[in-house]
Ligand binder design. Structure first.
Ligand code: NAP
Length: 432
């Protein structure tokens, strides 16, 4: 055994307190796996007097995070404060003084990953961040290391447990969005202010991180097309169900057909009930990766929560500790492909459209003509008469999002279309 490796923990909330617990409870196993004891030497928090979910020696607590990250005896800094500042400055200070860094901070990596990765490279520091996407699920390391010999075509996933819980409740019980959100809040799956989750910001940050790694390019949160789930109605969910689909909030990172650009988007979409992602219930996460040689892979598990997320943090701590002992480093950020991130209009998807139309001869032909004018072909169409009115439900083949949007706009302007009752993208059942 070599001398102990010393750990400074920044933040001791939901995730941090579980990191403290696991470091203590697994002390001897961790030492055996690393080849040296792991010793927690300081915990930076905002309010030292606060009651915490883990027993902590009060002498370890400090509000002076800056001094802690630059202490000479610290080897590894674990950042689980969250947000942009002071997390960014603390991570940069830690790297500048030669520490290895483990973080769970998706917001920071998606907004300013370039600065953090550059600092890691310039200082020769390790930077591991498995817990930043999909909690406990090993996903970034498989993409970054196990799949380094393959060519990823698409990453399609459910990466936000709160919205999956809400949509699952709407699907299984017919509840409205508001009722399902209230239930999620009562059970602790959604925060009092649910904006980051229900408007898709959290999923967009994760999509940016996933896309950057999968396509060896720099992708930030600002590059991600984002739509949330607040507009989804019980009627949308019921109509999807009637057609054998389920609505999920998906993060989709896809290479363009010519391979020269990538699209990164977060939005609700209908997927067939037979698709593996359709079976992802409650607050679980799952990510489907399609690669040229590996084919289709699926990663599934708990995407959040103190202990599951701490499991991923501990895995990273062990990795950086082993690297320090071996006097080596993990892989650096890889952005050599430098692919353009294309706008949403260039992304290729399918669409489910339901129209309230006048029930007259020739209506279907005129509607079909609008789709043809925009070069969008129709896969299925269903018409139901209701006296003077009829409902037309159409599902398209693959087309650019720009062509699909233009088609919808033209349909809205038609005199025979009384209302465009519903529009939803469809994913998951086309040949890639
Ligand atoms: N919670 C999850 O399920 C989950 C899942 C995946 C990733 N993550 C990520 O993990 C990170 C932490 O999340 P969390 O849920 O554990 O957050 P949290 O419960 O709000 O805990 C944040 C901790 O940071 C401390 N803190 C805040 N500002 C500070 C400052 N200026 N200096 C020192 N300490 C400060 C707080 O101190 P006090 O306790 O004294 O207030 C608290 O202990 C975030 O990046 C989050 O995105 C969380």
């Amino acid at each position: 055994m070599t001398k102990p490796l010393k750990i400074a923990l920044l933040g001791c909330g939901v995730v941090g307190s579980q990191v403290v617990r696991l470091l203590r409870e697994q002390e001897s196993d961790l030492a055996a796996r690393v080849g040296a004891p792991l010793e927690l030497v300081g915990v930076a928090v905002r309010k030292p007097g606060r009651k915490r979910d883990a027993e902590i020696d009060p002498a370890l607590l400090t509000t002076d995070a800056e001094s802690l990250v630059t202490r000479d005896d610290v080897d590894i800094v674990v950042e689980v404060i969250g947000g942009i500042e002071p997390a960014r400055s603390l991570i940069l200070a830690a790297m500048a003084s030669g520490k290895s860094v483990v973080t769970a901070n998706k917001a920071l990596l998606a907004e300013d990953g370039a600065t953090i990765h550059r600092a890691a490279r310039e200082n020769g520091a390790d930077l591991y961040f498995e817990a930043s996407v999909a909690g406990a699920i090993p996903l970034l390391r498989p993409l970054r290391e196990s799949m380094a010999g393959d060519r990823v075509q698409r990453v399609l996933g459910i990466v936000n447990g709160t919205t999956n819980y809400i949509l699952d409740k709407m699907d299984s019980s017919g509840a409205s969005f508001t009722d399902a959100l209230e239930e999620a809040q009562a059970l602790g799956y959604a925060e009092a202010d649910p904006t980051a989750d229900v408007e898709g910001f959290d999923a967009a940050a994760k999509a940016a991180i996933l896309a950057g790694i999968a396509f060896h390019s720099r992708v930030t949160a600002a590059d991600v097309h984002r739509e949330g789930i607040t507009e989804i109605t019980a009627a949308d969910v019921a109509s999807a169900k009637a057609m054998g689909y389920v609505i999920k909030l998906l993060a989709i990172c896809a290479r363009s057909d010519d391979g020269r650009s990538v699209g990164v988007r977060v939005h609700p979409a209908m997927i067939p009930r037979s698709h593996p992602l359709a079976g992802v219930r409650e607050a679980y996460n799952a990510v489907f990766v399609e690669a040229e040689s590996a084919g289709r892979l699926m990663f599934y598990g708990a995407g959040a929560g103190g202990a599951p997320t701490a499991s991923a943090v501990l895995g990273d701590i062990v990795a950086v500790a082993r690297n320090r002992i071996a006097n080596t480093r993990g892989p650096e950020e890889s952005t050599y492909a430098d692919l353009r991130v294309h706008p949403m209009g260039e992304s290729v998807t399918r669409c489910h459209v339901s129209l309230d139309v006048a029930d007259k001869p020739g209506v279907l032909a005129r509607v079909a003509d609008i789709f043809a004018k925009h070069d969008v072909s129709i896969q299925t169409v269903r018409q139901e008469g209701r006296g003077d009115d009829a409902q037309l439900v159409l599902v398209t083949h693959r087309a650019s999002d720009a062509a699909l949007s233009a088609t919808i706009e033209s349909l809205r302007e038609m005199d025979i279309v009384r209302a465009v009752a519903g529009v939803m993208r469809v994913e998951g059942d086309e040949t890639p």
